[in-house]
Design a protein around this ligand. Structure first.
Ligand code: ADP
Length: 163
């Protein structure tokens, strides 16, 4: 029997953007199952709670099969092992991502040489897209249509109309 190739795609997803969805769709062409892992990092001050980020990811990926949305706190490598996976997916946008991602991937390899990081390049259209820019635009009532899934657009509007 062929073993399932399971890959973990970790991130803050605060909130999920169309760039993230593009990476997930591409990763599904390479692996049998993708586990999207929302990082519960106490050092970061997210706009959305972990629960909200998971709910938005679930809604935005319901057209996809073989995907699971989960959250983790603590060491990513431990989470990856607990899911019986040996692969971490990260997205690459511009060269600016490279230094940070390179450092992180190599450090993870020092800690556990059996876990491999795989980088996926996004569609050109999303190269400059990130969650921070989306939040900034939404905060000032700008149009984020086409940059994020419809559910995220709605949740951003709700969030900023309250403040
Ligand atoms: P983190 O805080 O871990 O960087 P993010 O949610 O910002 O979490 O990003 C998760 C992953 O998705 C990272 O590997 C990041 O480089 C990648 N990513 C984010 N936005 C894009 C995008 N527009 N295109 C491709 N990859 C992206």
């Amino acid at each position: 029997m062929k073993t399932m190739r399971i890959a973990v795609y970790p991130g803050s997803f605060d909130p999920v953007t169309n760039g993230h969805i593009d990476v997930i769709e591409r990763a599904l062409r390479l692996f049998d199952r993708i586990i999207v892992a929302v990082g519960d990092n106490p050092g970061k001050k997210p706009l959305f709670t972990t629960k909200e980020r998971i709910a938005m990811l679930e809604e935005s990926t319901k057209h996809l099969k073989n995907i699971e949305i989960d959250s983790f706190s603590g060491l990513l490598l431990d989470f990856v092992k607990s899911k019986k996976s040996g692969i971490i997916i990260r997205g690459l946008r511009a060269v600016s991502d490279f230094e940070f991602e390179f450092q992180r991937a190599l450090m993870n390899r020092v800690v556990n040489d059996e876990i491999e990081t795989v980088f996926i390049m996004t569609k050109e259209h999303y190269v400059y897209l990130n969650s921070s820019i989306v939040k900034e635009i939404a905060m000032f009532n700008g149009n984020v249509n086409g940059l994020v899934p419809p559910i995220v657009e709605k949740k951003l509007k709700e969030k900023f109309s309250k403040t």
